[in-house]
Design a binder for this molecule. Structure first.
Ligand SMILES: Cc1cc2nc3c(=O)[nH]c(=O)nc-3n(C[C@H](O)[C@H](O)[C@H](O)COP(=O)(O)OP(=O)(O)OC[C@H]3O[C@@H](n4cnc5c(N)ncnc54)[C@H](O)[C@@H]3O)c2cc1C
Ligand SMILES: NC(=O)c1ccc[n+]([C@@H]2O[C@H](COP(=O)([O-])OP(=O)(O)OC[C@H]3O[C@@H](n4cnc5c(N)ncnc54)[C@H](OP(=O)(O)O)[C@@H]3O)[C@@H](O)[C@H]2O)c1
Length: 293
């Protein structure tokens, strides 16, 4: 395991037995017993003596180191370990978070439950080789995008690939150096990092002030198109959205008011206003999303 900082880690899990192959973008389940210790400083959890032992399980996208030790592009399925990119949820408003305080108390010799199967349709299935691909993530939502970007580059994808991540602070960009290296290796690869809590995001008196840069603002303002040269043509672009559900903004359906976009405005509303359509199992589209909560 490697700590990007106290609240963010890259975790490598070496399975005891061979696992089936996964598709880049899929997730599996990690788990620890509720008897395992919790990291210091997290919201306390009170377990009574009468509470039975149980395995706490959560979904995690399979991430990817992207480059090997020699700087060569990896094959996503050709590794003796599975990589995960995990943020510590130290507290929530509703309940003490169960799994991440325990994950952040592990050390490199710890054992962990890893599900035997991979799940999900958040993959590159059906994407044409010359399509432009835009990945947009909040926080650790970049995990599946790094696996998908690696697969696209490995298979000689001909369209442009832009990987955008929005984080609180620059220190939350756990894969930044690798992305910068990939940009020098592949002319069609670009990584864009947006922050929201750095001094240049918060202090209007600074000459480098840019404001809080949410993904929605970045795309709706036209800054994405200007900075990357990609005009978001729905005819030849697929957008993948992963992380915070408010950023994604999936429309809600009700009998009374029909289909309504949530507030605050999410990426789905912005993209649909430009002619994009949500991808569904029997109605293929070009907006793909994975909600982490
Ligand atoms: C398909 C899928 C894939 C996922 N992949 C990842 C992944 O690759 N990396 C990862 O860190 N998490 C991922 N998650 C979230 C993960 O499953 C857990 O919910 C998270 O680690 C918190 O677990 P917990 O038991 O500590 O807190 P819980 O008790 O489960 O508390 C959940 C609350 O924590 C917050 N939260 C949950 N996940 C995050 C997050 N990633 N960043 C910020 N706040 C969060 C939300 O407010 C949520 O309501 C994924 C979720 C899904 C559904
Ligand atoms: N990352 C850390 O260093 C850190 C430190 C302490 C605790 N934690 C805990 O770790 C968990 C993960 O934190 P995280 O920073 O990785 O993930 P996060 O809370 O999802 O934030 C990731 C990025 O998404 C932005 N965001 C928030 N709401 C949004 C919205 N409605 N639309 C678009 N973007 C939005 C955030 O901006 P905002 O600045 O507006 O939030 C931030 O830049 C949280 O539970 C957090 O409390 C993290």
């Amino acid at each position: 395991m490697s700590r990007c900082h106290d609240d963010l880690m890259i975790l490598r899990v070496r399975p005891d037995v061979p696992l089936p192959r996964f598709s880049a973008g899929q997730y599996t389940v990690l788990g620890l017993g509720n008897w395992e210790p919790r990291a210091e400083g997290c919201q306390p959890e009170v377990l009574t003596n009468r509470q039975p032992n149980k395995l706490i399980k959560r979904a995690y996208s399979v991430a990817c180191a992207m480059l090997d030790g020699e700087g060569n592009l990896l094959e996503v399925n050709d590794s003796p370990f599975l990589e995960f990119y995990i943020a510590l949820v130290g507290q929530t408003a509703s309940h003490p978070p169960a799994l991440t305080p325990r994950l952040f108390a592990m050390d490199s010799s710890s054992r962990i439950y890893c599900g035997p199967r991979f799940h999900g349709h958040y993959t590159l299935d059906g994407i044409a080789r010359d399509a432009d691909i835009v990945f947009a993530a909040t926080g650790t939502g970049e995990a599946p995008h790094n696996a998908m970007a690696t697969q696209l580059l490995k298979t000689g994808h001909r369209g442009r690939i832009v990987n955008v991540t929005c984080v609180r602070w620059k220190k939350d960009l756990g894969y930044l150096a690798t992305h910068r290296r990939l940009e020098t290796m592949f002319a069609n690869y670009r990584y864009v990092a947006l922050t929201t809590r750095e001094p240049e995001n918060l202090d209007p008196s600074r000459p480098d002030f840019v404001g809080k840069r949410y993904l929605q603002d970045y795309f709706a303002s036209g800054a994405f198109a200007i900075e990357t040269g990609i005009s978001l043509d729905p005819g030849n672009t697929h957008v993948f959205l992963c992380g915070n559900s408010d950023m994604i903004g999936v429309p809600v359906h009700s009998q009374e008011s029909g289909r309504r976009y949530p507030r605050p405005q999410g990426m789905v509303e912005i993209l649909e206003s430009r002619g994009f359509q949500v991808d569904r199992p029997h109605d293929r589209g070009n907006i793909h999303f994975e909600k982490y909560w």
